[in-house]
Design a protein around this ligand. Sequence first.
Ligand code: SF4
Ligand code: SF4
Length: 395
Amino acid sequence: MKKKITEISRRRFISNSACGGLATLGATGMLTSCMGTDNEIKKEVSDQGVIKSVVIRPYQLLCAVCNIGEDNTAADSEKIKAIRQNPDRPVTLVCNAGDIFAYQDPGPAEDMHGSFEFNRKRDLEILQRIDLPPGITLPGRIILHRIWDSIESVKGICDCGEMASESCKGCPKANSGFYEKGREISLLYAVPGWNSQLDFTEADLQGAQNAIIVPRTKEERTAEKERSIEAMKKAKAIGVRPHILLCAICQYGLGDRPPFETDNLPEMIQYIIKNPEAKIRIAEAADWMMCAPCPSLNKEGHCYNVKGRAGLTSQLRDVRVLHKLELSYGDVINAQELYRRIIERIPSSAMICGSISQGVEDPSVWDDECGHHTESLPEFVRGRKELAKEFGVDI
Ligand code: SF4
Ligand code: SF4
């Protein structure tokens, strides 16, 4: 009876973890080796289409890094291939933690290289280092960065050291250096922020073919820049997410003027200065018209700045801005009038951005480079003053 209750809870957990129209590449009974054979794929179709979430054991993510170091990504499981195809898809980490975390236990079907206890230890050692609980669902990119940042070597995780025995064999690749090399390659091509991988070109794609995260090429970003600037000039209203209206002020204060490589904000500011009739449409989240050339824009048009974490911090900044301006998503407003309102109602970057990361630090999902200030940033002060003059505001 007890077992049945656990089973039901676990199944509910896994389908709940993939709620909201996500399909799941499940963990239960899926992998028989690091290479893996997925045999249970559940699909749910939502109004927004299908997003496959991946349910995976922590050690299997480390195995994927080993495969990179071994130059053996052909061995990737379907789950790892799905993460490669979209590193921002939801990933749920499950392991046989038992006790009050038993609701997410996947069972021993994917255990490898030793006893149940060895497998529990290996998964929990990983979760301890990346400071995440079993059962957590996050965009894969966030989890990958936590692994690369916190786990330099698999020593003490995948091996058994002096305790090697029949019940604790350890992975034969634990001391091969594959993980360490795979981590180096992964970090070489990772895109932690909007100003990363600026010189990554089409010629570099061949070298990056094993990496899980492959940067956007300079050529692609340049072409998208041209296309989006053309679109901006033709638009009835320019799509901009709320908080980057303020970033445009910081950039102006820093002296950034067109052409600007990683976003279209300096171009937008010049355009609205020269076109008093220009309008802005308040976009919900990253909008291609401003973000098209950014290294942190994914194929689905979502922002993965700050190792994927800006998905949260930027949304909070956005709604803080809307609250101050008494505006809603989708509103269309004269651009100069909008900037006058921003300059009057938001005198400091600290009130929107400065406290976003209050009390936390990397790798918290609330940590952000702009989130740790109590006084308005000097560039915001300067940009606001200069734009107040442009738009005729007395401050
Ligand atoms: S402080 Fe705020 S407005 Fe300025 S660049 Fe950072 S996020 Fe943008
Ligand atoms: S994609 Fe994100 S980081 Fe890049 S410009 Fe847009 S909001 Fe900023």
